[in-house]
Design a protein around this ligand. Structure first.
Ligand SMILES: Nc1ncnc2c1ncn2[C@@H]1O[C@H](COP(=O)(O)OP(=O)(O)OP(=O)(O)O)[C@@H](O)[C@H]1O
Length: 258
């Protein structure tokens, strides 16, 4: 089966520095792949090339067999490639529910345009509430977003991404900056999204113990290059990856590998 997303020789240079270097990767549909690598390996840059925030120097990204070279970030989202919102993109003086409603509305505008106002309003509210329950934030529905903890803001970001109803979810370190108590909840949320079975998920994550359990596959970026891509077991047993770890080339986040 053709991969839902793949790259062909994807490369970007900043001046003399090649941040993403000839990456060929493939993403099967309804798959969860994690990207690991040390600081500066090119993980976020790779995401930005996929989402359309950055244009490659050479190479291309393909979604359902179609080149994305001429597609803007917004066009890519409409096509089905969703990237998590940064919390700066939410309206701080609106409640959690209102923010998710706006995200649902932006997606559903067309579908509901023929409905009467109240019915449309209710359907959008129902959807927003369903998403808040999925990310375990229903108890904060009436809170202003400025009042949320860091972990709650990351949950809100996920709810707003889900509201766009894209086939692919790009999650850039969803547990970054979280307290130890908050991390398991986010992992459970990602697990339940995966278990619903309709999403393809690409995830940057530093916490090895989490991704080994959650991922269908793991790809390792190193100096902008694809060092390895395989099942969690294959990655753990990969000599090149092991050498990179044992050689101390990885940062602290990655040395706590179990
Ligand atoms: N806009 C830019 N201009 C110049 N250099 C950049 C730019 N964006 C990224 N880089 C460089 O590209 C390299 C890859 O950075 P990137 O942020 O993608 O790494 P990363 O793997 O996501 O790291 P981290 O784990 O620290 O987030 C780094 O050396 C970085 O300094």
């Amino acid at each position: 089966m053709e991969p839902i997303l793949y790259t062909d020789n994807l490369t970007i240079r900043f001046g003399g520095h090649t941040a993403v270097d000839g990456v060929n990767f493939q993403m099967p549909e309804k798959h969860l792949k994690s990207i690991i690598g040390p600081n500066g390996a090119g993980k976020t840059t790779f995401f930005n090339l996929i989402s359309g925030e950055l244009k490659p120097t050479t190479g291309d990204v393909y979604f359902k067999g179609q080149s994305l070279a001429q597609k803007s970030a917004i066009e890519r989202t409409r096509m089905g490639l969703g990237r998590s919102f940064q919390i700066t993109n939410v309206f701080p003086n609106l409640t959690v529910l209102e923010n998710v409603r706006l995200a649902v509305q932006s997606k559903e505008r067309i579908r509901y345009q023929l409905f009467r106002h109240y019915k449309s309003y209710q359907a959008i509210t129902d959807k927003a509430e369903e998403l808040l329950a999925l990310v375990l934030l229903d108890n904060k529905r009436d809170a202003l977003t400025t009042m949320l903890s860091h972990g709650e803001k990351r949950k809100l970001e996920i709810a707003m991404l889900l509201a766009l109803d894209t086939e692919i979810l790009l999650l850039d370190e969803p547990t970054a900056g979280m307290s130890l108590e908050e991390v398991p909840t986010i992992l459970e949320i990602i697990r339940s999204i995966k278990q619903q079975g309709d999403k393809t998920i690409l995830l940057i994550e530093h916490k090895m113990d989490m991704i080994l359990d959650l991922s269908d596959s793991i790809m390792v970026l190193f100096n902008g290059q694809l060092l390895a891509d395989g099942s969690p077991e294959e990655i753990m047993n990969n000599d090149t990856v092991q050498h990179a770890y044992l050689g101390g080339l990885y940062d602290d986040h990655l040395t706590d590998i179990k």
